[in-house]
Write a protein that binds this ligand. Structure first.
Ligand code: FE
Ligand code: FE
Ligand code: ZN
Length: 273
């Protein structure tokens, strides 16, 4: 299987690959820039090329890069919207040096404007940032529906996708904690949730999994991640996600509250399933 975690420090491309290999992983996530600010880290094309070689040599699956949390392409402030879409465009230009991977982002928060105003803004940002020749696929993350977050329902993600011009360049990242917190009962009805995903979005759009347990109950809209098997989703239901025929070949990214030793144990445990 393809599994890894979200690496905390993005000190360099090849270093991240080496670090993930030590943790037992064969994919990883990383922030394309400071997660809480906008500052962009050093970008070294030669380092990117070394990571590509390293990933080939060690049979890595696709990477799932993560846009910073501060990016809000559907903000009510024009300045924030413009900064966010420029950051996305720059991130995607850089992602092409890693050719053929995923770039995941939070659709955004409408901050009182309403989903009907925000959804076209999100699609506009994607249309602005994605060039037809790009090999990177932009992933909309399923969200917990906290506050005014867009993407807490499959219908909202569908509405965004409908407005995207480059259809081959967009997909969805399925976050188990977020989907559960959003009210989709993957414990008692995983098949039903995936059926609903397929009916509304199309299962071929599901490209990657953020694999997390949740501190809260289904429908809580809280978004607090927990270690695998120690939260309200629990071991059995998460095992069923890993083993599901529609999901098992996707890259699984852990975003659980762990240190390196914890990730080594978690990755080994999931591989043993
Ligand atoms: Fe995320
Ligand atoms: Fe996530
Ligand atoms: Zn989360």
């Amino acid at each position: 299987m393809v599994i890894g975690n979200h690496l905390s420090c993005a000190s360099g491309y090849e270093i991240m690959g080496q670090k993930e290999l030590k943790l037992g992983g064969n994919t990883f996530a990383f922030f394309t820039r400071n997660p809480r600010g906008g500052a962009v880290r050093e970008h070294d094309p030669e380092d990117a090329a070394r990571l590509c070689k390293f990933m080939q040599a060690h049979n890595f699956g696709k990477l799932v890069a993560h846009a910073p949390y501060t990016l809000n392409v559907c903000s009510d402030k024009e300045k924030v919207r413009n900064f966010s879409r420029e950051a996305m465009a720059e991130d995607l230009r850089r992602m092409e040096y890693l050719s053929g991977n995923y770039y995941n982002f939070h659709p955004g928060s409408h901050v009182g404007q309403g989903a009907e105003v925000a959804i076209p803004m999100i699609a506009d940002a994607i249309n602005y940032a994605v060039k037809p020749e790009y090999t990177t696929i932009v992933l909309l993350e399923t969200m917990a529906g906290k506050g005014s977050e867009i993407g807490g329902t499959f219908a909202e993600l569908r509405a965004i996708l409908d407005l995207v011009e480059q259809q081959e360049n967009v997909g969805v990242c399925f976050d188990t904690c977020h989907v559960w917190d959003g009210g989709y009962d993957i414990v008692n009805n995983l098949d039903g949730v995936l059926k609903e995903f397929d009916d509304i979005i199309g299962i071929d759009r599901l490209k990657a999994i953020h694999f997390n347990d949740s501190m809260n109950v289904c429908g809580s809209h809280k978004d607090r991640h927990q270690k695998i098997g120690q939260g309200e989703i629990g071991m059995d239901a998460l095992k069923a996600v890993v083993k599901h025929p529609l999901l098992k070949d996707k890259p699984f990214i852990l975003e659980t509250p762990n240190d390196d030793a914890g990730y080594i144990k978690e990755i080994a445990m999931i591989r043993s399933w």
